[in-house]
Design a protein around this ligand. Sequence first.
Ligand code: ADP
Length: 248
Amino acid sequence: MELADVGLSYPGRPPLRALEGVSISMQQGQFVSLIGPSGCGKSTLLRIVAGILDPTSGSVLVEGDSPITAQRAHRFGFVFQDPVLLPWRTVQENVELLTELVGLPANERRSRAKELLELVGLRGCEDFRPDQLSGGMRQRVSIARALALEPAILLMDEPFSALDEFQRELLNSELLRIWVERHCSVLFVTHHIEEAVFLSDTVMVMSPAPGRIIERVEVNLPRPRTDALRVSPEFLQLRRYLREVLIH
Ligand code: ADP
């Protein structure tokens, strides 16, 4: 995925400059995080990549195509802070939603959803309704749903920020396992420094609005990443460094 010199102004008097000169190059299979203060344009950037918003300047290519073409070819999976599950549908039916919309036969829909629910650790919860699930379980359903059309790229917008710290750490590890198993790329928006370091190959730090990339940090920590890594000197050093970049 290539973003070259992307800028975006929201119309108004005066227009609001949300992004300026953002260039990002992401290889297939990479895990890249965008981190920055609230309002710096992280979600705007994700919406541009997804083809929901057109940039005012610059260009975006996803596997050589425009974002809208990539979106229509179902190359993206979306996970938001709010899992937005349909309350009247069971867990299984929520995961089947996208495959239903593209007209996959019922037996294939069912077996794919079952496999995904197993992948996200929700075997046995197929017939539950969303209101019977914890926040962490709901977000697992949302991840399973996002993977239903086998996207090449997962776009995740602060997916774990409504969870408590314990759930967040648990889901961080789960997400890395799923990412390895599904061989997808992930563009992950967060404002949580530790989470960004734990998950990513590269962390892109954004400035306050108008958002620019002010630092690219390669996270050369070994994989698979384990909880023990969170207290290692290398991890803590990277965390401290990112904190300094973000504060200054
Ligand atoms: P972040 O995700 O980093 O919190 P956003 O991308 O949501 O930031 O927003 C960046 C800036 O653009 C903010 O100042 C926000 O108020 C503004 N903004 C976001 N969406 C719109 C919109 N639809 N119309 C006008 N301004 C917007």
